[in-house]
Write a protein that binds this ligand. Structure first.
Ligand code: ZN
Length: 177
């Protein structure tokens, strides 16, 4: 992973959360969108986490354990701190503060919570999802009639182009304590 493709992916995700006008009738789960794998990492952009504030989550793609079940492929020691620092810096442009972070090393996942709600049209699409299928209220969000697929297809979803490209970076296993 080059530093620039990593930063570009973050900008793409943040721009989707904060700057993208979604069309009427759009539907998306509160889980949001996830990048392809790069450098053994995926990044998820969650429009509505706790308190309806957005989250940026980093996950290790390949989990490796030793024979005792200890995780060998944790996030790097300062990885979540560094991600938080970058997101804080970008926040001055997108207009959010960073308010909280969870996990990170020695876990395989880390979460940063951003302190401002996402674009109102994205929030509306999540709330449409939460209300469930309008034609079959008994089935709720799990209705299989196609309402979710149709609504999702209206959404503007960014292209994390190039993020699946092969990485030359090799990670050194870190023992979990
Ligand atoms: Zn339905």
């Amino acid at each position: 992973m080059t530093e620039s493709s990593f930063l570009k992916a973050l900008e793409t995700g943040l721009s989707w959360l904060y700057r993208t006008e979604q069309p009427p009738g759009g539907v998306i789960t509160h889980h949001g969108i996830i990048t392809g794998a790069l450098n053994d990492r995926r990044y998820t952009f969650v429009p509505c986490g706790p308190k309806d504030l957005p989250l940026v989550i980093v996950n290790v793609v390949r989990r490796e354990y030793d024979e005792n079940g200890f995780l060998l492929s944790a996030l790097d020691e300062n990885e979540l701190e560094e991600l938080t620092a970058i997101l804080r810096m970008m926040g001055s442009f997108y207009g959010y503060p960073v308010v909280e972070r969870w996990n990170g090393h020695p876990f395989e996942t880390g979460t940063v919570q951003l302190g401002s709600p996402v674009h109102p049209t994205l929030l509306a699409a999540v709330n449409t999802y939460r209300a469930g299928c309008p034609a079959h209220p008994d089935a709720g969000v799990l209705c299989a009639c196609g309402w979710y697929r149709d609504g999702y297809q209206r959404m503007t979803i960014p292209d994390f182009g190039g993020f699946d490209s092969a990485s030359t970076h090799h990670r050194v296993p870190v023992a979990a304590h």
